[in-house]
Design a protein. Structure first.
Length: 250
């Protein structure tokens, strides 16, 4: 998962959903966290966010919510936004529309126990799959007509760290290096940042430690850059042209 924003346009006959790739300000970034909630990571992530007075947007997986629903209550109680990331973390682009509908509906039914269903509804599908697939945009819209796709500008590449490094010291060093790489970007303001809680499909020691390790240095680093952390707000006035021309890709 790399930088998601591209300039090459893709056209449709009006199928594209409103799609978020950046914030409307250069004085802030948005922090988005996928794949939770997890007992091994969520409490520490919430503690760090609170300590730095930062708000994040959580895209959570239904099967993990089912295992620890109280953590969704904690996320909401801390003032963060939470949306469905599907149920079982599969590539929904490759599935029938009925599967997408079921995965999103089952997950949102659990989330709705802790907060009202948001409108507009921000959707980030696992792996960012289907960003340029008109049939997937149509399927998401059929599930919830208010949906908007929430993409990202930069990733911390945290889903690779635990699998590629040996030992806690190496994991810590890699986390610090990824944060330094991100903070060194000249035009970081306005970015939507992607982070994961205990990334899926990673069977490696210290996988659950990665997100807290990154946040420990990322949050003060952003403050040092003079960047506040804003919530990821939907587009309330998307342009008509955006229904026909898409400039974001995976």
């Amino acid at each position: 998962m790399g930088r998601l924003f591209r300039n090459q346009p893709t056209f449709s006959s009006g199928d594209w959903l409103p799609t978020l790739t950046r914030l409307p300000t250069h004085r802030a970034v948005a922090l988005t966290i996928d794949d939770g909630p997890c007992p091994e990571t969520t409490p520490e992530v919430l503690r760090l966010l609170k300590a730095h007075r930062a708000r994040a947007t959580f895209f959570v997986s239904g099967e993990r919510v089912q295992e620890a629903p109280e953590l969704v209550g904690e996320i909401v109680a801390h003032g963060h936004d939470v949306f469905a990331h599907g149920w079982s973390h599969i590539r929904l682009q490759d599935e029938p529309a009925e599967v997408l509908h079921d995965e999103m509906t089952r997950t949102e039914a659990l989330l709705a126990l802790f907060r009202r269903t948001p409108m507009p509804y921000l959707v980030r599908l696992p792996y960012g799959s289907g960003t340029r697939a008109a049939h997937l945009h149509r399927a998401v819209k059929a599930w919830n007509p208010s949906s908007q796709l929430a993409l990202w500008t930069h990733t911390l590449r945290d889903h690779l760290i635990a699998a590629e490094e040996q030992g806690l010291a190496a994991v810590k060093a890699r986390c610090a290096a990824e944060v330094d790489r991100l903070l060194s970007r000249r035009f970081l303001g306005g970015s939507i940042l992607l982070l994961h809680e205990k990334p899926y499909n990673v069977d490696a020691p210290f996988n659950a430690e990665v997100a807290p390790l990154i946040l420990e240095t990322l949050l003060p680093g952003l403050a040092k850059r003079g960047l506040r952390i804003d919530r990821l707000a939907p587009l309330f006035f998307p342009s008509m042209l955006s229904r026909y021309v898409l400039t974001a890709s995976v």
